[in-house]
Design a protein. Structure first.
Length: 155
């Protein structure tokens, strides 16, 4: 095994890989394959993926599920000192919820040119929220592309 193939624990790549595992669960459940995790003190406190089809709820995005699970875990509505890892750029709805949660950091994989928040609002996040993009973007984008290719082929 070469040095470059080793992902160190607690790196953005390590945690994004965990979010990708959630996205694969969504893929297997016929949901748009977006996965998210919330990390606090280098510990995963919430795991989620899209549930819009299962719950018949347009708001059941991976980020919204992760915010709720993390808030329940912490016993409060604010996610200060937490990081959200999500495989796809959040939409406006999720960006607004993340701003209200006062999350400290957001790391996302692939950009969403059609529905991502940056298309509509360059910075809707809380002023102290750090945003990092492009972590494992190819893996994240390919999963989405594979999902929609499979959907089109089944029509």
């Amino acid at each position: 095994m070469n040095q470059e193939s080793i992902i160190s624990p607690f790196s953005d790549e390590y945690f994004m890989k965990q979010a990708l595992e959630e996205a694969h669960k969504a893929f297997d459940e016929e949901e748009i394959p977006v996965g998210a995790i919330v990390v606090c003190n280098n510990r995963i406190i919430a795991r989620a993926h899209n549930l819009t089809e299962r719950l018949n709820d347009v708001t059941a995005h991976a980020e919204m599920q992760a915010i709720t699970a993390a808030a329940n875990y912490l016993g409060g509505k604010y996610l200060k000192d937490c990081t959200l890892y999500v495989t796809l750029e959040p939409c406006n709805m999720c960006a607004g919820a993340l701003a209200w949660s006062q999350i400290s950091k957001i790391v996302y994989g692939a950009s969403d040119d059609k529905r991502g928040y940056t298309r509509f609002s360059p910075n809707p996040m809380h002023p102290r929220t750090e945003v990092v993009s492009g972590i494992m973007k190819e893996e994240s984008a390919n999963l989405i592309k594979d999902f929609f290719t499979r959907k089109r082929m089944s029509l």
